[in-house]
Design a protein around this ligand. Sequence first.
Ligand code: GSH
Length: 217
Amino acid sequence: MGELIVTTFDWVPELPRGFVRDIRVRWALEEAGLPYRVQGVPSDSRDAAHFAHQPFGQVPYLTDGDLSIFESGAILLHLGHRSAKLMPADPRGRSKVQEWVFAALNSVEMASLPWSLFQFMGQAGDTPGWKILDGFLKDSRLKHLDPVLAQREWLAGAFSIADILMADVLRLVDRFDGLADFPACRAYLKRATARPSFVKAYADQMAYFAAAGLKRG
Ligand SMILES: N[C@@H](CCC(=O)N[C@@H](CS)C(=O)NCC(=O)O)C(=O)O
């Protein structure tokens, strides 16, 4: 395995700072204690080299020596194979983590992302479309996740990449107070984001974009 390099944008406006998905990778790397560095690519002029690493021109992507990986979930699974602090090595434990990885990124994020986009765009009003999205997220997902989280500290035994992904998905909902009726989700998010590895990853991302902003003027 080679040097670990996390690629994110070289600058973003203030609104998404703290929520750019390189935070998931930073958080995992901090948890695992794996050394890494962060590099930036332009967000306003994405070139062929960027698309060669990430076919949608998004971030993050990770390079591990000559291996390049896109999609935050795939990156975290890769890191999970590198560190037992992120994912257990035994098949049963691994399978439990993997199912919750997909639950976070598919079952929950597929509901929370459009919900958050409506919020960002100020479209969370009294429209039929919004009511469907809000009901889908809350009644079909959070209402069922809440009792699960009320009964366990972490999703799959010890803290794992599944918790990094689920907590990060829930952070965006919490940003718009969407967890107000889900006390176990809120408590889970609070204990996940109190971990020193998250605190450092968050501070590092904020400092990175602030420094980029100063340079940009
Ligand atoms: N499913 C992707 C989503 C990546 C994503 O949405 N990245 C955002 C930054 S957080 C981005 O690059 N946005 C710019 C764009 O979509 O053009 C992952 O989890 O890695």
